[in-house]
Design a protein around this ligand. Structure first.
Ligand code: GAL
Length: 684
């Protein structure tokens, strides 16, 4: 068996790590640390911070995220003294810096000098100060002020040896996204002119003949603010697209300044991969050097660990071939949910290894030390209010050591043969008013298909519907409501070339501008699916319908006429009784399945077993309830992460080296209840 070095390494101490070229320069270990806000603490605490960071093997901290007011206390007057000191202290301790631009929280002087830059809600409320959140993305005052502070920071620290990563802004899209201020209206019009060229084109795309919404001039167009009744959905969809672009422009402005002054240092901005409703990360991912993500458990849900995996898989998919980094998660409870459920012993490690196992090369937390004041004082941290003599800090220290043992796995990749199509345009459009049912829910659909595959132990990527799907054997299209011509073509080519497609209801319904596609419904997919939908049959609240195999559908049913598809299951009762419910269509060398109601993950497993078998996609390991297994690989080497979410020990068959404990075995390993383990195996 090939030997690997499983000793805990610190940055710069390892002889020859295989580090991807696009990783943090000079960092040859898994990044570990968190947001560090020393400005909230006196100097004595800074000394203890550095000592504890060294103890915990922290090697990367994010600083300055909310420091604008201290760095530029009066407009144009800078005070970098304290930040110089913090960076020097970290540098002397061998801790790298992820330096943030503080533009997610402009100072008080900005708000009082430039009230017109304040964002305006759809209902017309101009937002006040006293919280956090950026200005209107289209405000020239915000552009000027951010250019000044970012230039000053980049000039001062751009070549500092401690700075290994730039962190632009914080979570674009939250808490400010769509703004209905005057600057945004003007910028929206400019964006529309660029998109449509001629006003007649816009009238056609928006279907303005309906309800007499015709426009003669661009100046007549407003942001789709609250009106007497439902506002034109095409206009709203375009405003969502425009907002994404307006936010992206803010990021690009900062990024390009930093690039000029800080050559060779990667730049990121922290995404919220599956939970940001307003940013289309497919358009952002190519613009960052390293994809990074923030993830917080929806801890009131019993499947919150599955949702974590989903976010990690999405982040990996956004990163493509590049390494990625978990920029924020919590050591225990957050403070902003209705009931902030604390993590139980070892959960912090399981969560961290779930991200690592799905491809992350860095695990960071929000935040290093729990705040005493302000809105987040009940949020957990690496150093909790209880101090370092606490279970949480001990778990943090253990994690730091464990991650240090994974250096040899840097650059390994997770390979998936199945993909779920994720489309922000469909998510935005489905969320608008006056759809056939308020139960149409993009997230719920994606989640149930994801959970099904997670339960089967199948690793999935996410893919943009217009991307080349050739590398996959199984593609799932839940609620692909907006089907552009290209997306329909991609899906058709995928099936024709031998792939297995599973489409869920209300897919392929409208084109790019939210207009119903011509031809039998669903216009974008009927030929691929071999059927037409004669009637949507949304169900009443809490109503369900029976299927011919005894499973029950919720929320939705359809009256379907098959053309070339065969019926796999039909409706046994309810408004669609006798109509096909689940169908299967051969097309070219592949197969397209259609599921016309909402089944939970377990039912999907039974109904779609045939589809999974047909696709040839296999689980990473036999599915075992409560145990998550995922593989990172490179050539003939494999690192299998086992996460035992259950209360009983689990036996993982197969010899190898368990990296976290150094144990070697020729037949297998016990994965203790609640613990994470990583087993290295080689095919040599
Ligand atoms: C994140 C944010 C952090 C912190 C954290 C609390 O969304 O980026 O600054 O507020 O939430 O969970």
């Amino acid at each position: 068996m090939t030997r690997i070095d499983t000793s805990p390494h610190e940055a710069g101490t390892s002889p020859s790590a295989v580090v991807p070229a696009t990783w943090l320069p000079g960092v040859d270990v898994v990044a570990f640390g968190g947001d560090y806000n020393p400005e909230q603490w006196p100097r004595e605490v800074w000394d203890e911070d550095i000592r504890l960071m060294i103890e915990a093997k922290v090697n990367l901290v994010t600083i300055g995220v909310f420091s604008w007011a201290l760095l530029e206390p009066r407009e144009g007057e800078f005070d970098f003294g304290w930040l110089d000191e913090v960076i020097e202290r970290l540098h002397s301790a061998g801790i790298s810096v992820d330096l943030a631009t503080p533009t997610a929280s402009p100072p008080a002087w900005f708000w009082s000098s430039y009230p017109e830059a304040r964002p305006v809600t759809r209902e017309g409320v101009r937002l006040g100060f006293g919280s956090r959140g950026m200005a209107s993305p289209s405000s020239p005052e915000y552009a000027a002020a951010t250019t000044r502070i970012v230039t000053a920071l980049a000039q001062r620290y751009g070549r500092h040896p401690a700075v290994k990563l730039w962190h632009v802004h914080n979570e674009y899209g939250a808490p400010v996204s769509q703004s209905y201020d005057e600057y945004s209206v003007v910028a929206f019009r400019e964006w529309l002119i660029e998109r449509y060229g001629r006003i007649e084109q816009l009238n056609a795309a928006w279907g303005t003949a309906f309800w007499g919404q015709h426009y003669e001039t661009w100046d007549e167009i407003d942001a789709p603010r609250q009106a007497a009744s439902v506002v034109n959905p095409s206009q709203r969809l375009d405003f969502a697209r425009f907002t994404n672009v307006a936010l992206l422009r803010c990021y690009l402005r900062e990024r390009d300044i930093i690039r000029r002054h800080s050559p060779g240092i990667p730049i990121t901005t922290n995404f919220m991969a599956t939970s940001c409703p307003s940013v289309d990360y497919w358009t952002w991912a190519p613009e960052v050097d390293i994809v990074s993500n923030d993830h917080y458990l929806a801890a009131q849900r019993t499947d919150s660990h599955v949702m974590l995996s989903m976010a990690a898989d999405m982040t990996r998919s956004l990163a493509g071939d590049r390494p990625w980094l978990l920029m924020e998660h919590s050591t225990s409870a957050v403070n902003w949910q209705e009931r902030n459920i604390a993590k139980r012993p070892n959960e912090l490690a399981r969560n961290s290894f779930a991200h690592w196992g799905r491809g992350a090369d860095g695990i960071l937390f929000f935040q290093w030390r729990a705040s005493r004041s302000g809105a987040e004082k009940f949020h957990s941290a690496m150093v909790p209010h209880a101090g370092p003599d606490s279970r949480i800090f001990r778990e943090v220290e253990a994690l730091g050591s464990d991650l240090g043992r994974l250096r040899a796995a840097m650059g390994t990749r997770v390979v998936a043969r199945a993909a779920i199509l994720w489309d922000w345009n469909s998510l935005w459009a489905l969320g608008l008013e006056w759809r056939p049912s308020i139960d149409l829910d993009f997230h719920r659909q994606v989640e149930s298909y994801y959970c099904w595959l997670w339960n089967e132990g199948v690793t999935v990527d996410f893919a943009h519907p217009e991307s080349d799907l050739e590398g996959y054997d199984l593609v799932i299209a839940p609620n692909l409501y907006v089907a552009t011509e290209l997306a329909s073509r991609r899906v058709r080519d995928f099936v024709t070339n031998g792939g297995t497609l599973i489409a869920a209801y209300f897919a392929g319904i409208v084109g790019e501008s939210d207009n119903i596609l011509p031809g039998p419904v669903p216009g974008g997919l009927h030929d691929v699916l071999g059927l037409q939908v004669d009637e949507f049959l949304p169900l009443r609240k809490q109503e369900s319908v029976g299927l011919s195999d005894g499973s029950r559908g919720l929320y939705w049913a359809e009256e379907i006429t098959t053309t070339t598809a065969e019926t796999v299951l039909s409706y046994a009762d309810g408004p669609a009784a006798k109509s096909p419910a689940v169908t299967r269509n051969r097309l070219g060398d592949g197969t397209a399945w259609y599921v016309s109601t909402d089944l939970d993950a377990l039912q999907l497993g039974a109904v779609l077993k045939g589809a999974l078998d047909e696709s040839g996609v296999r689980p990473s390991a036999p599915a075992t309830p409560g145990v998550e297994i995922v593989v990172r690989e490179r050539g003939g080497e494999a690192y299998t992460t086992y996460l035992n979410h259950s209360d009983g020990d689990f036996w993982a068959t197969g010899g190898g080296v368990e990296v976290l404990t150094g144990e070697e075995s020729t037949d297998g390993f016990t994965i203790p209840a609640g613990r994470a383990r990583v087993v290295y195996r080689t095919s040599e």
